[in-house]
Write a new protein. Sequence first.
Length: 283
Amino acid sequence: MLQRVYERRRQYNNNSQFAQSAVWTYGKLIYYHMFAWIYGWCGSFAEIVMVNSSWTKGHIDSLWKAEAEIVYPPCDTERLNALPIRGRVSKIVSVAQFRPEKDHAMQIQAMARLFEKYPRWNQEKDLELVLIGSSRNEGDEKRIADLKNLAKEFNIEDRVSFQVNASFDTLVDNLGSAKIGLHTMWNEHFGIGVVEYMAAGLIPVAHNSAGPKLDIVTEYDGRATGFLANSVESFADSLNEALSLPEEARVRMASNGRAAASDRFSEVAFSREMMRSLRKCLT
């Protein structure tokens, strides 16, 4: 956040009106530096520090002057592993609450760019983007309406569908039939949704930052587990690359991603790492 304010970069939590003002920027920097110092002072008293990702560890170690242990959040990989990897359709699924930081707009823009840059996908009748997420309030409802209008502006409203407050069965049905799981949040500390994509047998196309970059969509057993991108253009390219994988290549990558998720992010792995971190104060 400090870096974003320093660069005066507009974001959902750094209003453009304030980002352009040197006075407001200077004031926010003073506030965040003071808060960071107090936060670090409080954290320095902790005996055992556990964090959810490498990205979070970097921040906490710096602020708290600690040596944090990484304990990845658990994912119910066993249930998702039961979904078949073969027999999938050219469907792209995004699972995330309709909050501004999830950047669903980039997903729709990337989808439009995919059809524009790689016109052969216009002939793929099954190809669609399914946005699955919860709506908490009027703000979320307005955001959903804006996203639907954005899809219309790009003339891809028939290629984008919304499953708002969907049931668990609907979620599982989509995870079990789609080929690709899409994630566009910048600097998400971990990214449990990306892990769920991999456990369910989808190819993840995730944001090239923080948790997905450093911990999740990484090589496993010497082979790739998915794709990373950081702009509309690179997301469109990665979607094209993932969709273009021959069936056997897709199955191999999806199987490798599933193995990685089960090995590193299962409930068993969580329990093991949690106890390892606590052992020094329990013995």
